[in-house]
Design a protein around this ligand. Structure first.
Ligand SMILES: Cc1ncc(COP(=O)(O)O)c(C=O)c1O
Length: 451
């Protein structure tokens, strides 16, 4: 094919201006080329996508019979007897290849339980990814420990294993990697560091149902794994969560902790032999989850195929960097993140790029902010408890260290993300996403002036 009509040739020409574009438009133009030459929707052109996107969550009438049966039975909580909750636990463990699963009220309570059970105590430190939902920080804070932030690798969006060791102190008890957006962390490197320093590892797999690292599912790669089934998740029950793992001793203790400190299987009348809380899942939530397992499996493959398709084209667009995965791993794309570099878009700001994409009918978000600056941690370390548990110098050094998270700052400043349900649309919708980005790049100088 004529070099002018290859992708690279196109990108060079795109920068050369509209005269060259119209000349080429008269020749055989590849798909996407014509769209790129069109005016962006924000400047009055036709939107690249007008078809809407799959709605989330989805409810199917065929699921209702099972839920009604439970509601009418009056046996709603797991202490009413064996039923859907334990059935779901068995099914989810089997889906993941885990020995055990404990259903919980939420992902947050799964994390609180797991950290408690691996021995995180007041005054300890936990090394955690800063690029995550605030619940990950909160689970550490509620155990009265200090969330110490590893840096984020801007290419993977995940904890950079190279940044862990310098954060370890004599107080460090555990590492809490987060498979953010369903992108698996480099668990071999994280587990090796943990082993060397005798630390526990809990995976925050709250966005990583069925994600795989070297042939094993996320949530089975460390001491314990935690999942969320909240409304927005790939397998939702409004609220809900799970702890997974391969060690009976740890899972027994998780069970006790989530059930007021009773021994596994104990309910009313049983003694409470350990500390605990009520973090139990209800039967109707478990019934909702059981009915969605097959759907999760099928939709995961659709998201993966569409993500692969997008990545193959996006890698050729200068200034757009999709996520890099660890070798031999498979993501599940709770969001589909890209790093946006305004330099390759004539200085068009990220906010301007997102507005332009939105106008093309492609909704997007900017991912997580630098949440450690939002006040939650300032409030925690100013509290009487933390002031008692940590020296003033430690807390000052800790607060100062937030400004050293250069990789995380970059990711927070550059992320543009598509939602998981968009990856369930058909292939032509993926082409529209690509067309829109190319179109914006071609006209980025005009857009930069307009926004
Ligand atoms: C990475 C991460 N961790 C923890 C949680 C907490 O889960 P939940 O909302 O079920 O408590 C979430 C949920 O949004 C999450 O995305």
């Amino acid at each position: 094919m004529d070099d002018y009509l290859t992708r690279r040739g196109f990108m060079r020409l795109a920068a050369a201006g509209s005269a060259a574009l119209s000349w080429l438009g008269a020749r055989r133009a590849p798909a996407g080329f014509v769209a790129a030459a069109e005016k962006p929707a924000l400047l009055g052109g036709r939107p690249a996508h007008t078809g809407g996107w799959p709605k989330w969550p989805e409810w199917r009438e065929s699921w209702e019979g099972e839920i009604l049966k439970i509601l009418r039975s009056g046996r709603w909580y797991r202490g009413s007897g064996p039923g859907h909750v334990s059935e779901f636990e068995a099914a989810y463990a089997s889906l993941l290849g885990a020995r055990r699963c404990l259903a919980t009220a939420s992902g947050t309570t799964a994390l609180i339980t797991s950290l408690y059970v691996v021995g995180v105590d007041a005054g300890d430190e936990v090394i955690v990814s800063p690029y995550t939902f605030s619940a990950t920080y909160n689970a550490i804070l509620i155990n009265k420990a200090l969330p110490v932030f590893a840096d984020t690798d801007p290419d993977t969006w995940n904890m950079d294993p190279a940044s862990i060791e310098s954060r370890i102190t004599e107080r460090t008890r555990a590492i809490l990697p987060v498979h953010i957006y369903g992108l698996p962390c480099d668990m071999d490197r994280i587990n090796a560091i943990a082993k060397q320093h005798d630390l526990a590892v809990v995976e925050d797999a709250c966005q990583a149902w069925l994600a795989e690292y070297k042939g094993q599912k996320c949530g089975t790669l460390a001491d314990l794994g935690c999942f969320s089934f909240q409304n927005s998740k790939h397998i939702p029950s409004g609220e809900g969560g799970a702890v997974t793992g391969n060690r009976d001793d740890l899972l027994d203790r998780c069970h006790a902790f989530h059930n007021c400190g009773r021994a596994t299987g104990g309910f009313q009348g049983s003694g409470c032999f350990t500390r605990g809380s009520n973090f139990r899942m209800q039967h109707f939530q478990a019934a909702m989850l059981l009915q969605q397992i097959e759907k999760l499996v099928q939709e995961t493959e659709v998201r993966r195929a569409n993500a692969d398709y997008l990545i193959a084209s996006l890698e050729a667009i200068p200034g757009i960097a999709p996520a890099r995965l660890p070798e031999n791993s498979r993501a599940v794309w709770h969001l589909f993140p890209m790093r946006y570099d305004a330099e390759h878009f004539n200085g068009l700001s990220r906010a301007g790029f997102m507005r332009a994409l939105g106008a093309e009918g492609i909704p997007c978000s900017s991912g997580y902010r630098e949440q450690y600056l939002d006040g939650m941690l300032d409030e925690a370390i100013a509290s009487r408890g933390y002031q008692r548990l940590f020296s003033a110098q430690r807390l000052k050094d800790y607060r100062d260290s937030f400004h050293e998270l250069k990789g995380n700052q970059q990711v927070c400043a550059q992320t543009v993300a598509l939602s998981q349900s968009m990856l369930l649309a058909d292939r032509s919708a993926m082409d529209h996403i690509l067309d829109a980005i190319r179109k914006i790049q071609t006209h980025s100088a005009d857009l930069a002036k307009a926004v």
